[in-house]
Design a binder for this molecule. Structure first.
Ligand code: XLS
Ligand code: CA
Ligand code: CA
Length: 444
């Protein structure tokens, strides 16, 4: 028996603990850039990056799509749902430990069998959570966040907290209450709300104002309950513009932050930014990260990527060094991820059917973030970008520009200043220079 699994059965046979071999290595099951104990900007890579495995994609998803059934066979699946849940948990902790990843995230029904009958749902969840606790204690793997899936069960076809039927809203609340209880038991660092069906398909049947008020009320109750039972972590809203609904209320970071502030929730909540959701909203990943960082609202990150040629939420593993470098620049400049992390909300493709593919996918994602961290640190330490940015806004650092920023000028003052200053000179934004400078850092 290997040291890296705790259950009765080893599921990922023939794969041991993944180690760092450096960029010259040809071993697909080794890290090329992620060297967990290497110190960058005063902290180890492991401390900076706080990687997490997503239970739903890694241990539940079978590759099913609207055109065909699953292709990926999970040896932990079992005819009896509770036995399957325990075996899946063993597999999850075996995988996470072998990868050297410290955190995991899960939805209630990823880990524990769902039931329309609340009592049965609760009974299953209790048994599962107690088992997860044992595995956490045995391996040292920790809970980055959990959440309640209040979007898959047909009960939630018209929404959860935004459902026009109070009975459904209450059922969603029951699931959130249970997940908060187990979050505290499992020592979760954060709790996530992703409003998959909190939106609408048609405004002809939707009272948008009332639905948003209900969501605010729902979040407030969850916040109050969480704090009452000793949840000390951060509540996270995960923005997404659409899919499965035509329009989702937490459209993007800017919208979610505005909603939290308008409803007195900004002290307890931050955002969990997913790369593929930002791009689905027509933004870059960096855009949504920066919006949050500027407001002190960047809590955690769902690390993945979309497909540039279509607009769906394809949840692919991140591979773009440009995206991870820019992301890590935002994260380093805000002083790190705090109690958040980089959760791989990503799934292997439908035709990636070897057991090792899940390892290879995570290794690639961890390597590209490790490299992004190193590049971001170089760029920041070098200071060229910051100096150019500072210079671009220098006219506000002194004189009338500084008076304007301090609110000491009127509109008439601005008019008189403009009349005296004459036609402004043309100042280049230097975009192409900056873009090629990024390449210089990456490839020198
Ligand atoms: C779906 C979301 C979801 C959340 C958690 O698009 O990314 O998986 O992260 O409910
Ligand atoms: Ca996500
Ligand atoms: Ca997604």
């Amino acid at each position: 028996m290997s040291n890296y699994f705790t259950g009765n059965e080893e599921f990922f046979k023939g794969i041991g603990k993944v180690g760092y071999e450096g960029k010259g290595s040809d071993n697909p099951l080794a890290f090329k850039f992620y060297d967990p104990d290497k110190v960058v900007a005063g902290k180890t890579m492991k401390e900076h990056l706080r990687f997490s495995v997503a239970y739903w994609h890694s241990f539940c998803a079978t590759g099913t799509d609207p055109f065909g059934p699953g292709t990926i066979v999970h040896p932990w699946d079992d005819a009896d749902p509770m036995t399957a849940a325990m075996k899946k948990a063993d597999a999850a902790f075996e995988f996470t430990t072998k990868m050297g990843i410290d955190y995991y995230c899960f939805h209630d029904v990823d880990a524990s069998p769902d039931s329309d009958n609340l009592a049965e749902y609760e009974k299953n969840y209790k048994t599962t959570a107690e088992y997860l606790k044992k595995l956490q204690d045995a391996t040292g793997v920790k809970l980055l966040w959990n959440t309640s899936n209040v979007f898959s069960n047909p009960i939630f076809m018209n929404g959860a907290a935004s459902n026009p039927d109070f009975n459904v809203l209450a059922r969603a609340a029951a699931q959130v209450k249970n997940s908060l209880d187990y979050n505290v038991m499992l020592g979760g660092a954060n709790y996530v709300f992703w409003g998959g069906r909190e939106g609408y398909m048609s405004l002809l049947n939707t009272d948008m104002k009332r639905e948003k008020e209900h969501i605010a009320q729902f979040f407030t109750m969850a916040r109050d309950y969480g704090r009452k039972i000793g949840f000390k972590g951060t509540f996270l809203i995960e923005p997404k513009p659409m899919e499965p609904t035509k329009h989702q209320y937490d459209f993007d970071a800017e919208t979610a932050i505005g909603f939290l502030k308008a409803n007195g929730l900004a002290e307890d909540f931050k955002c969990n930014i997913e790369a593929n959701h930002a791009t689905l909203a027509g933004h870059t990943f960096t855009h949504d990260l920066q919006v949050c960082a500027d407001e002190g609202m960047l809590g955690s990150v769902d690390a993945n990527k979309g497909d540039p040629q279509n607009g769906w939420d394809t949840d692919e593993f991140p591979t773009s060094i440009y995206e991870t470098t820019e992301a890590m620049m935002v994260i380093l400049k805000q002083g790190g991820l705090g109690n958040g992390g980089l959760n791989f909300d990503a799934k292997i493709r439908r035709n990636s059917t070897d057991m090792e593919d899940l390892f290879i996918a995570h290794i690639g994602g961890m390597d590209v973030f490790a490299l992004g961290l190193e590049m971001a640190d170089k760029i920041i330490t070098d200071g060229k970008f910051d100096r150019m940015m500072k210079e671009r806004y220098a006219s506000f650092d002194s004189g009338k520009g500084a008076e304007f920023e301090a609110g000491k000028m009127s509109l008439e003052d601005l008019r008189d200043y403009a009349a005296a200053a004459g036609t402004p000179a043309q100042i280049s934004g230097k975009q192409e220079l900056l873009e090629s400078m990024v390449n210089q850092y990456l490839f020198k």
